[in-house]
Design a protein around this ligand. Structure first.
Ligand SMILES: *[C@@H]1O[C@H](CO)[C@@H](O)[C@H](O)[C@H]1NC(C)=O
Ligand SMILES: *[C@@H]1O[C@H](CO)[C@@H](O)[C@H](O)[C@H]1NC(C)=O
Length: 319
């Protein structure tokens, strides 16, 4: 995976006097603190000339290029905005003696304390520390695996029937695209989402915060946007681009629920998250579920050992 994210990130900066100002800037690893360049044709000068030193207030895109993934962290919600992975046969090879039993969940030392997710926030919260880039995708080295345990790669997930079950099968589905379906490159964006719910004819987004005082937001949903690529002589430029977008509620999901029940149009997810995925490629893609069977196949043995393993490692420490 490239150490820098391809593409550009767009941010809106609100200002009453100014109206909306759209800043474009290239992603750089770590914190971006400079004022974004102006693209509006109406405003010529920003920051305005005032007799104080006007610091850029944010939002800051805390970006973490790591061995097996790239994470963008959200300081307000205290979990990732999204995490990106590039899965290949090589990236899924397990290194010698690499084992999650040697890894520990870690607070990320690079996030300022007041914005950081803490281990105590998850402690006895009732939620699992859910990996966005799964540990099982990062077995090439102990260091790569360890890095998936930073809380900047973690968000609160319902344990029973979700993190330890259905969601884990979806993670396995992504690996299977490489291992069984022979896609050479599988690109995955994973992240939390907050969806509105109707109550008495009005729409609200309602979510819990965990920690005392409350620190970490609990997403209502989680998404995976999967772009699977392989050679294909019948496709225009010799490559097949298959795209699938899944949005799952952060709750118990019965194992026999069809994965296709959670397929959503990419632009619906984009509207919900304010993010754009694979923008330049969208035109070229075909639906993933037309090119492969979008079904979860949890082998019974795998379920038992994996849920037990997940139970031991993903749950907050007990008392
Ligand atoms: C978050 O957790 C830390 C450590 O428990 C605490 O000091 C802090 O006040 C909490 N709340 C916020 C909003 O940072
Ligand atoms: C992995 O994490 C464990 C626990 O924090 C640590 O003891 C070990 O040195 C780490 N290994 C590597 C290769 O970073």
């Amino acid at each position: 995976m490239s150490r820098r994210m391809p593409g550009r990130f767009k941010f809106f900066i609100g200002g009453t006097a100014l109206g909306a100002l759209i800043g474009y800037y290239l992603s750089k690893p770590k914190q971006l603190k400079e004022w974004p360049p102006i693209t509006s044709t109406k405003e010529k000068e920003w920051p305005p000339r005032v007799p104080i030193n006007l610091e850029y207030p944010g939002p800051i895109n805390d970006a973490f290029p790591r061995k097996a993934y790239y994470a963008s962290y959200n300081r307000r919600l205290r979990h990732p905005n999204w995490v990106f992975e590039h899965l290949t046969k090589d990236s899924l090879q397990a290194g010698e003696n690499v084992d999650r039993k040697f890894s520990k969940f870690l607070e990320d030392p690079e996030i300022p304390a007041i914005f950081n997710a803490k281990l105590v926030d998850y402690f006895k919260s009732g939620y699992d520390r859910g990996h966005m880039a799964p540990a099982a995708d990062a077995k090439t080295s102990q260091e790569a695996l360890n890095e998936t345990f930073y809380l900047t790669n973690i968000a609160p997930q319902v344990g029973n029937g979700f993190n330890r079950d259905y969601w884990a099968f979806l993670e396995e589905f992504c690996r299977r695209l490489v291992r069984q379906e022979l896609f050479t490159d599988v690109y995955v964006f994973t992240g939390p989402a907050y969806l509105p719910k109707e109550e008495n004819g009005k729409w609200y987004v309602k979510y819990q915060l965990i920690g005392d005082p409350p620190n970490v937001s609990v997403p209502t949903h989680y998404f995976k946007v999967i772009l699977a690529v392989k050679e294909d002589n019948n496709s225009p430029n010799g490559k097949l681009y298959a795209l699938g977008c899944f949005l799952l509620p952060n709750q118990y999901i019965p194992r026999d629920t069809k994965l296709t029940d959670y397929l959503v149009p990419l632009n619906a997810l984009e509207r919900a998250t304010g993010l754009r995925f694979f923008e330049n490629l969208q035109e070229k893609t075909v639906p993933l579920c037309e090119k492969t069977k979008c079904a979860l196949v949890p082998p019974s043995k795998w379920i038992d050992s994996n849920s037990r393993e997940k139970l031991l490692t993903d749950q907050g420490p007990k008392d």
